[in-house]
Design a protein around this ligand. Structure first.
Ligand SMILES: CC(C)(COP(=O)(O)OP(=O)(O)OC[C@H]1O[C@@H](n2cnc3c(N)ncnc32)[C@H](O)[C@@H]1OP(=O)(O)O)[C@@H](O)C(=O)NCCC(=O)NCCS
Length: 175
């Protein structure tokens, strides 16, 4: 289930962002403090209000448990590709390997192309983050470039998909 953020998400979000495995391939890989997570949730909600899209808080339908985020953002950390909208994901480690990120990302692409009216969506992963690269392939995205994230000096790969690619995707990609 993809939804807007609530203050009650903070405990589980902060727990997730304090896990070095979860943060390994994000920026310089450092874990985040609870206060930073609280500020991040406020910033994510402000982004939703001003842009009309954002990162969705993500929960399991069966239990209603918050498990992370999937959704759309502006990749300000990589000025060379701007203007752009990227799709991204971050889930609690005990939820990995069940296809949740791919399921959520497909819904977020439908939202971005169908509801927001975007014509192109990028996605960026650090070299070494094989799971994220695999999700981009499964979504039917195309490799666009490899470059360096200037904020941390790590190499990153940029992938892209256009609205017409998404509308013409193989039936297997929409399942
Ligand atoms: C990346 C992340 C969201 C993936 O979530 P998930 O729900 O496990 O992803 P899915 O199950 O939908 O798909 C993962 C795919 O990658 C594959 N995979 C997993 N680890 C891999 C690796 N090291 N190398 C290559 N492929 C890998 C899986 O087998 C699966 O592919 P398959 O369906 O063909 O078998 C999760 O690992 C995460 O939150 N990581 C930490 C945060 C992060 O790195 N975010 C992304 C920043 S770009």
């Amino acid at each position: 289930m993809l939804r807007r953020w609530r203050q009650e998400d903070l405990d589980l979000y902060a727990e997730m962002c304090a896990d070095p495995e979860v943060m390994r391939w994000i920026g310089d890989g450092r874990v985040r403090m609870r206060e930073e997570c609280a500020d991040a949730i406020s910033a994510l909600e402000r982004a939703w209000d001003t842009r009309g899209f954002g990162l969705f808080a993500t929960e399991l339908q069966a239990s209603g448990r918050f498990v992370g985020f999937v959704g759309l953002s502006v990749p300000d950390f990589l000025p060379e590709i701007l203007p752009a909208v990227e799709i991204g994901w971050r889930l609690a480690a005990d939820q990995w390997g069940k296809g949740l990120a791919t399921e959520g990302a497909r819904a977020a692409l439908d939202f971005g192309f169908g509801h927001v009216g975007l014509t192109r969506i990028l996605s960026i992963h650090q070299v070494g983050n094989g799971a994220s690269g695999r999700i981009m392939e499964k979504l039917g995205m195309r490799f666009e470039r490899e470059t360096v994230d200037p904020s941390c000096g790590r190499p990153v790969r940029v992938w892209e998909i256009t609205r017409s690619d998404w509308e013409r995707r193989e039936p297997s990609i929409s399942r």
